[in-house]
Ligand binder design. Structure first.
Ligand code: SAH
Length: 337
């Protein structure tokens, strides 16, 4: 028996693809991103990004939008997908990093969309500006890092400033997105002011403009001089942590191997450390020492101050002594590489 399909179910289901096209060059776009754009009936994006993928657009409906029309872009995408079209919404870098992915889901939810909807959503990841810029200057992100956008178009300045202060004091490497535009020139100066409260004036800073694009430009600076650099809308600013250094024109943040191995002595393991095991100052080793220091008379307050950790955290860890068996386990079990 043949089923009679209603015209409604016969309609091809539309799809929204949130495509991160990478920093800008064809070579750094993923195969899936290219495929997604090829599959699309409609391509929507900011004018600059449309230009970056111009050669992939033949025969497609192209919707060029201005910078501040993100919600419009998401609404247009949903309308087209509801009409059965495959829509590629393109973002530079990764669509989920200060990109269209968030606003699109907000618009979709507002319109009553759920993941069961006939309109499917696919997010195609791409190399974000921080990956691209880091690759051009060396290995600045090899330890814990943060991204902070200095754009106050949608975020209050005190929120941005608090985050800058927190990550500066916590010694993260930082990638500053949207550092400066024609109208927003003071934000970078304020960011510098907040960082200088916690970090040395000669902390390395890399300023990368238009990574993997025609006008690519890389400048090395230091924290005290970075605001004088040529910074614009297409720049990402990478600020090193207290261990980051620049050598032979490369910015490098150490992983921490020097904590465990004596690199000057041919890579011997330092006394008290074991290859493949947590550091002696790793969690369990540190807790064990903390207990011993407390037993020897150091107050919780003194320990909190010494380690720059909250008092209530120190108090609760002291109340849970490390079991001998736990320590023994830790000494034999390594991390997976
Ligand atoms: N979704 C993008 C970020 C958009 S926010 C991504 O994942 O990369 C826009 C900011 O990204 C710019 O102000 C700049 O700080 C950074 N940026 C984007 N492309 C860049 C490039 N090619 N070179 C340097 N910075 C870039």
């Amino acid at each position: 028996m043949t089923e009679i399909q209603s015209p409604d179910t016969a309609k091809p289901a539309g799809k929204i693809m949130l495509v991160g096209i990478g920093p800008g060059s064809q070579a750094h776009m993923t195969a899936r991103a290219r495929e997604a754009i090829a599959e699309a009936d409609v391509v929507i994006g900011y004018v600059t990004y449309i230009k970056l993928v111009a050669e992939l657009l033949e025969g497609k409906e192209v919707v060029r939008k201005g910078m501040t029309e993100e919600l419009d872009r998401a609404v247009s995408a949903l309308e087209a997908a509801r009409a059965g079209k495959k829509v590629a919404l393109i973002s530079s870098g990764d669509a989920g990093v200060y990109g269209m992915a968030g606003p699109t889901f907000e618009v979709l939810f507002q319109a009553g969309w759920t993941p069961d909807d006939e309109v499917k959503v696919e997010i195609v990841p791409g190399a974000s500006a921080l990956n691209a810029c880091a690759a051009l200057v060396g290995a600045p992100l090899t330890h814990d890092f943060c991204a902070i956008s200095l754009s106050d178009l949608l975020t209050p300045w005190p929120v941005i400033a608090r985050r800058l202060d927190a990550v500066a004091s916590a010694d993260f490497v930082v990638a500053l997105y949207n550092p400066k535009s024609g109208r927003r020139t003071r934000q970078i100066v304020e960011a510098q002011r907040l960082f200088l409260r916690h970090r040395r004036a000669d902390t390395p800073v890399a300023i990368v403009k238009s990574a993997y694009r025609r006008r690519e430009r890389i400048e090395f600076s230091t924290l005290d001089r970075m605001a004088e650099a040529d910074i614009g809308m297409l720049t990402t600013v990478l600020i090193g942590n207290s261990h980051t250094f620049v050598r032979h024109g490369l910015m490098v943040t150490p992983r921490g191997y020097a904590n465990k191995y004596d690199l000057d002595a041919g890579g011997d393991t330092r006394e008290g450390e074991k290859p493949g095991r947590s550091l002696s100052t790793g969690l369990l080793g540190w807790l064990d020492t903390l207990q011993a220091e407390h037993a020897a008379g150091a107050s919780a307050e003194a320990l909190a101050l010494r380690h720059r950790l909250p008092l209530d955290y120190i108090v609760s860890t002291l109340s849970e002594p490390v079991e001998a068996a736990e320590l023994a386990d830790a000494a034999t079990a390594g991390d997976e590489a």
